[in-house]
Design a protein around this ligand. Structure first.
Ligand SMILES: *Cc1c(COP(=O)(O)O)cnc(C)c1O
Length: 408
């Protein structure tokens, strides 16, 4: 479908081979690999002085000129507020850092940073006339989609591993999403989601299967820059699963540099954190590969980073290398200990994924890859409360080997 799109988007670009595609059309992937949204940045620079942002409401929509949603349309929003960047000196001291901050993404509408991507992708799907939205998820993306679909009056199908955190199952059910537990991992959920989307004319919001979720996640980087007075930190420590957050933030930094909005030309070193129960990106980073081999028998108590294979693997690895950063693997069995350490020194309820980041900072301080004087930011990607033990109600369990469509 072709729709008018006033604004600053010029085209879509294949991340794997640079092929240009029409941004006015609904897009998915090119050669099974993700697409970038590209903007006319010189024109944005002319139209939007950085100071003009100050008078805008504190939500991710303040960066409209750098987002793909048509400027003349009113987006559906649950008030995706700018999240606080909190100085945490006591925790910094415990980790051997002079300047540590936590960007607390747990304040978003459904309690995780997934809302940034979903706010953007659901609005784009609605813009393209879609009313049936499908997502495979480890939990938080499902809860987020369920909320936005409910707000829009659209239909959501959510497929998640049967051991997904109970609060995620509950939030999907509460919002009226068609919720299925899959006897497998996120990859199995992805396969089923693709089949269902294809057979039922659904819009597939799988991680990086469409170009819009990255653009929503990009606002983490835009906000971080604005909150830091356009002087970015030295190191960004980020729990990495499918990679949209890390890829999106790196894209934000490059766009800001091109806009000339940053006070220093040097960009943060990006650190991707994974657990030793599922660390395909760490393994590929250390081996020097462009792509990551799928991880066998993945397990982690941090559901959001239990992603054995990511179609954006080469984009994550490129961001780590271009930024001079690294990938760090931490012990899964110690995640709870780090979560407690962090909460006792900050009062913030860090999710397990952010707990893993605390472990990674300790490790990188010891190895010298992070120094005491470095300005470090850890992302708390969700609220700890989304992982509390609750018993979800009985739901049908899907066997990935058997066709699901007749049951739907
Ligand atoms: C999804 C998720 C992640 C991983 O995010 P990506 O940007 O897809 O790598 C990390 N933490 C939490 C809490 C998540 O829900």
């Amino acid at each position: 479908m072709l729709t008018s799109q006033e604004g600053f988007v010029t085209h879509l670009e294949s991340a794997i081979d640079g092929t240009r595609l029409d941004a006015r059309r609904e897009a998915t992937v090119h050669q099974d690999r993700p697409l970038w949204v590209r903007y006319d940045l010189p024109r944005v620079r002319e139209a939007l002085p950085r100071e003009a942002l100050r008078s805008r409401p504190p939500t991710l929509w303040r960066y409209r000129e750098l987002l793909p949603f048509p400027l003349e349309k009113e987006p559906l929003t649950l008030f995706e507020q700018c999240t606080p960047l909190l100085r945490v000196d006591r925790l910094g001291g415990a980790l051997g850092l002079n300047q540590l901050a936590i960007k607390d993404e747990s304040r978003l509408p459904t309690g995780s940073f997934k809302d940034r991507g979903m706010a953007m992708a659901v609005n784009m799907a609605l813009h393209f006339g879609r009313k049936r939205l499908v997502v495979p998820t480890n939990g938080n993306a499902g809860g987020s989609l369920a909320a936005y679909a409910a707000a829009a009056g659209a239909e959501a199908y959510v497929f998640m591993p049967r051991d997904a955190p109970g609060p995620n199952v509950l939030e999907c059910l509460r919002a009226g999403a068609r919720t299925y537990l899959v006897d497998g991992l996120i990859g199995d959920c992805g396969k089923i989601a693709r089949e269902v989307a294809a057979a039922r004319d659904g819009f597939d919001l799988s991680t990086l299967n469409e170009p819009y979720r990255i653009e929503g996640k990009k606002t983490m980087g835009l906000e971080l820059a604005e909150q830091s007075g356009w002087n970015l930190p030295d190191v960004v420590v980020y729990p990495t699963g499918g990679g949209t957050g890390l890829i999106g933030m790196w894209k934000a930094f490059l766009e800001l540099r091109e806009l000339g909005w940053l006070s220093s030309a040097s960009l943060p070193r990006m650190v991707a954190v994974q657990s030793d129960g599922c660390a395909p990106i760490v393994r590929a980073f250390l081996a020097g590969g462009r792509f990551a081999e799928p991880w066998q028998n993945a397990q982690s108590s941090a559901a959001g980073i239990r992603v054995p294979a990511a179609i954006g693997d080469f984009m994550i690895l490129a961001a780590l290398r271009e930024s001079g950063g690294c990938a760090a693997q931490v012990e899964d069995s110690r995640i709870q200990e780090w979560q407690r350490l962090a909460t006792r020194h900050t009062g913030l309820a860090l999710c397990p994924e952010a707990g893993a980041c605390v472990g990674a900072v300790l490790q990188l301080r010891e190895s010298g890859l992070i120094q005491q004087k470095d300005r470090v930011v850890i992302f708390n990607t969700a609220s700890a409360h989304k992982y509390d033990r609750v018993v979800p109600p009985e739901l049908p369990v899907v066997d990935p080997a058997k066709p699901i469509l007749p049951q739907l």
